[in-house]
Design a protein around this ligand. Structure first.
Ligand code: WT7
Length: 679
C-alpha cells in the first residue's frame, strides 16, 4: 500500500477540523489537497500510468476513494466509495459526502491564485477576447446565484440555460450549481420548439438567456426564441436576461434583468444530488434528459481532463465545443475549472472570418491543448495548409478529437500539418452518458505509441467488453462486437430524468450487468479499441447526435405525409447526413416540391437546422416486413447505391417495392446531377 493511499475523505477528521477562513464568496470550507497545482505530490502522482490503471480495476474502491478525497474539497466526508447494481441501474458514488461543485471549480482556486485567468472568451470577432479571472468568475457566479435565489429558485429546481458560449453562460451554470439548482443547457442552435420540449420535460422553473447571440458574424435572436418557447411552458416563472449585444431586449412581466450582490454562500450538496440534465437523442422517441450528479461527475471530468490531455498548471486549454453539448460541460467548464485551468470559450466558427480562425486563435491565446471535432478538420483541410502554416502553433502540446470517428486523412492532417508531428493526437471516445472520456490513447506509460485514428486504451477504471451476437462476452483479440463496460465508474449517468425505466432498458437490459454504449467496436491484435459506429438508429451529423426517429416524428406532423423513414448516409465533411424517404398522399404528388420545402421548415422549427435532411426521396411506399417493420437495411443500400447485394429480402411483405424505390432513387440521382451541371 503506497503511503497515505487510504481515502482521506472516508471518516477523516482533518477535513472537518482544519481552520476555516471566510472569503469574499462566503465559502468557509477547507481546501482540497490533490489535483494539478496542489502543494505536494499526491499518491496518484507517484504511480506509473500503467500501475494506476491496474489499481483502478483491481481495487476501484481504493483508487476512486483516494482520488475523490485528494482532489475534491468536501463539506462532509463520504463514508462509502460506491454502491452500484448495474442490472437495476442503481449507481451511487461517494455516499454520505457533501460538497459543492462551484466551490471546487472556483473558491479553491480563488484562495490560491485569485488573479489567474479562468476563462478566455474568444469572442466571435477575432482579436476582441476577454479574460476573466477566477475571482471575477466567482463574483459573477455569486451575483447570478443571488438573483436566482431572490426570485425563488431553490435547491433541486430545474433551470434551462439557452445562451451562446460566454463567461455568463459558464457563470449561469455555476450559479445553479452553487445554490443546488439543476441546470439543463440547451444548445443555442436548437429551435424554440426543441427548447420548449426540454423545458417541459425537465419542468424548468426558470430560463437564463441573452438578449441576442452572435456567431459567424450573424445575430441570433435568443430572447425572442425563449419568448416563443415559454408560451407553452407553464412551469417557467422567470426568464433571466443577460446582455450580449447593445440591442436592448424587449422585457415582459416575468423577465428579470440581472444585478445582485457578489457574495453567495455555497449550498452543501449530497454527492448524489442532481448536478445537471443534458438532453440527447436516443434511437426512439423524444430526446432523453441524461442525469449527472455532483461528486462522481466532477471527479471524473477533472481526472480525465488532466490525464487524457496531459494538462499541466499554466496551460491554456482550448476545447472549441459549445457549452450546449457534453464536451462543453466536461472539457470547457467542469474539468478545466476543477483543475484550476485557464479554459477557452470559443464563441465563433472554424471559418469565420476565414479558415485560419482556429490557428490564429491558437497563436494569439497561446493555446496548449486543442480539442475539436473531426467534422471541422475535414472542412478545414480542404482549404489547404497555408491557412494553418501562417500561424505560430508552437504553444500546442496535445491535440484531441471527439464526437465521431476520425478518418485517416483528417487524423494525419491534424497530426502532421497542425501539430507538426510533435504533439500526441488523442482520439477520445465517450458519450453524454459516460460523463467523460472512456477510451483514449492517453494516459499511457512514457513513450507508448499512438495508433492513428484509434481511441485505443481504456481510461482508469474503465473495463471495456465486446459482446457477440448472442450476447456473450467475446474473448481474444482481432474481433468486433457491441461495446459494453463491465464496471461502473464515477462519471456514468445516473438516470434519465423522469424515466428511470428507460435508463435501465436502454443501457443495462441489452447485456444484463453491463453498460451498453450503443456503439460497436473492434479490438485489434494488440488489444486496442477502435470504434466502428452506432449499432442503433442514432446518427451523427457534424458531431451532433440525432435520432432518425426524431426527424421522422417531425416530418410525420405534416398532414400530406402519411409515412417517412430517415436513415444516415456518409458525407465527406459532416460525417453523416440524414436521408429521408417520404410517402406523400396520392393527390399531392404534383405539389411535391412545395411539400418538401415545408418539410424542411418543419424539421428546422421542430428540432434544428442541422437536422434538416440533405436528401428527400418521394416514394409510393416503404419496404416493410410482414409484421410491418420498415427494413432500413434496404433503404440504406438504395441511398448508398449498393443494391447489388440486398441480402435476405424474403421477409418483405411485397418484394416488388424494392424495384420501385431503386427506380425512384435513380431518377432522383439523375435530377441532382442535372441541377449540379446547371450550377
Ligand atoms: C456518440 C456520443 C463524446 C462527446 C461528444 C459526443 C460517437 C463520440 C467518438 C470517437 C467514434 C465517437 C459515438 C458515441 N463518438 N466520440 N472518438 N470515435 N465515435 O457525445 O452526443 O453523447 O454522442 O458519439 O457514436 O456513442 P454524444
Amino acid at each position: 500500500t503506497p503511503e497515505g493511499w487510504e481515502g482521506r475523505g472516508t471518516g477523516s477528521e482533518e477535513r472537518r477540523c482544519s481552520s476555516l477562513t471566510a472569503d469574499r464568496s462566503g465559502s468557509t470550507w477547507p481546501r482540497a489537497a490533490g489535483g494539478p497545482g496542489s502543494s505536494g505530490p499526491t499518491e496518484l502522482s507517484r504511480l506509473s500510468h500503467g500501475d494506476l490503471y491496474r489499481l483502478s480495476v483491481t481495487d476501484p474502491d481504493r483508487f476512486w476513494g483516494s482520488a475523490a478525497a485528494d482532489r475534491l474539497r468536501w463539506a462532509e466526508p463520504f463514508h462509502r466509495v460506491r454502491d452500484c447494481d448495474l442490472s437495476s441501474g442503481r449507481i451511487g458514488w461517494f455516499l454520505g459526502g457533501k460538497l459543492n461543485v462551484s466551490v471546487n471549480c472556483l473558491d479553491v482556486h480563488v484562495e490560491k491564485h485569485p488573479d489567474r485567468v479562468a476563462l478566455i472568451w474568444e469572442r466571435d470577432e477575432p482579436g476582441t477576447e476577454v479574460k476573466v479571472t477566477y475571482r471575477e468568475l466567482l463574483e459573477t457566479t455569486c451575483r447570478l446565484a443571488n438573483a436566482l435565489k431572490s426570485h425563488g429558485i431553490n435547491k433541486g429546481d430545474r433551470v434551462a440555460i439557452y445562451m451562446s458560449v460566454s463567461p455568463l453562460a459558464v457563470a449561469a451554470m455555476l450559479a445553479c450549481v452553487r445554490i443546488g439548482a439543476v441546470h439543463t443547457v440547451v444548445f443555442a442552435g436548437f429551435s424554440s420548439d426543441a427548447l420548449a420540449g426540454r423545458i417541459q420535460d425537465a419542468g424548468c422553473k426558470a430560463v437564463i438567456t441573452f438578449n441576442e447571440g452572435v456567431r459567424g458574424g450573424r445575430v441570433i435572436q435568443l430572447k425572442a426564441m425563449v419568448d416563443a418557447a415559454v408560451k407553452t411552458c407553464p412551469s417557467v416563472q422567470h426568464v433571466f436576461v443577460c446582455q450580449r449585444t447593445e440591442t436592448p431586449a424587449v422585457m415582459g412581466e416575468r423577465d428579470v434583468r440581472l444585478e445582485e450582490p457578489a457574495v453567495c454562500a455555497p449550498e452543501p450538496l449530497d454527492s448524489e444530488d442532481l448536478l445537471f440534465l443534458l438532453y440527447t437523442s436516443g434511437s426512439t422517441g423524444k430526446p432523453k434528459g441524461v442525469v449527472h450528479t455532483q461528486a462522481g461527475y466532477l471527479l471524473y471530468a477533472s481526472l480525465t481532463h488532466q490525464y487524457v490531455f496531459d494538462y499541466r498548471d499554466g496551460d491554456v486549454f482550448g476545447c472549441v465545443a459549445d457549452v450546449g453539448w457534453i464536451t462543453g460541460h466536461s472539457y470547457v467548464v467542469y474539468g478545466p475549472l476543477c483543475n484550476g485551468a485557464t479554459t477557452v470559450l470559443f464563441e465563433s466558427t472554424p471559418v469565420y472570418p476565414n479558415p485560419g480562425r482556429y490557428w490564429e486563435t491558437v497563436e494569439r491565446l497561446r493555446i496548449s491543448q486543442f480539442y475539436g471535432a473531426p467534422t471541422a478538420l475535414r472542412l478545414l483541410l480542404k482549404y489547404g495548409e497555408s491557412w494553418v502554416k501562417k500561424y505560430d502553433r508552437s504553444s500546442l502540446r496535445t491535440l484531441g478529437s471527439v464526437g465521431e470517428p476520425i478518418n485517416h486523412e483528417a487524423w494525419h492532417w491534424f497530426h502532421s500539418v497542425v501539430g507538426e508531428g510533435r504533439c500526441p493526437l488523442v482520439d477520445t471516445w465517450w458519450q453524454t452518458e459516460t460523463g467523460g472520456v472512456c477510451i483514449a490513447p492517453r494516459p499511457a506509460d512514457e513513450g507508448a505509441p499512438i495508433v492513428p485514428a484509434m481511441a485505443m486504451r481504456p481510461f482508469f477504471g474503465i473495463q471495456p467488453v465486446l459482446m457477440g451476437e448472442k450476447g456473450e462476452p467475446l474473448s481474444g483479440n482481432d474481433i468486433t462486437g457491441a461495446l459494453c463496460i463491465s464496471q461502473p465508474w464515477p462519471g456514468i449517468a445516473r438516470s434519465i430524468y423522469g424515466d428511470h425505466q428507460r435508463f435501465v432498458d436502454a443501457y443495462f437490459k441489452p447485456y444484463p450487468g453491463f453498460y451498453f454504449s450503443g456503439d460497436g467496436a473492434y479490438r485489434s491484435e494488440d488489444g486496442f479499441y477502435q470504434i466502428t459506429g452506432r449499432m442503433d438508429d442514432v446518427i451523427n451529423v457534424s458531431g451532433h447526435r440525432l435520432g432518425t426517429a426524431e426527424i421522422e416524428d417531425a416530418l410525420d406532423e405534416h398532414p400530406a405525409v402519411p409515412e417517412t423513414a430517415v436513415i444516415g448516409i456518409p458525407h465527406d465533411i459532416k460525417g453523416e447526413v440524414p436521408f429521408a424517404f417520404v410517402v406523400l398522399k396520392e393527390d399531392l404528388s404534383d405539389d411535391a416540391p412545395a411539400v418538401l420545402q415545408q418539410l424542411r421548415d418543419l424539421v428546422a422549427t421542430k428540432i434544428a437546422k442541422y437536422a434538416v435532411p440533405e436528401h428527400f426521396l418521394v416514394v409510393t411506399r416503404l419496404p416493410k416486413t410482414r409484421s410491418g417493420k420498415i427494413m432500413r437495411r434496404i433503404l440504406r443500400k438504395v441511398a448508398m447505391e449498393t443494391t447489388e447485394d440486398l441480402g435476405d429480402v424474403s421477409t418483405l411483405d411485397d418484394p416488388s417495392v424494392v424495384k420501385e424505390i431503386i427506380e425512384a432513387h435513380e431518377e432522383y440521382r439523375k435530377q441532382r446531377e442535372e441541377e449540379k451541371k446547371k450550377k
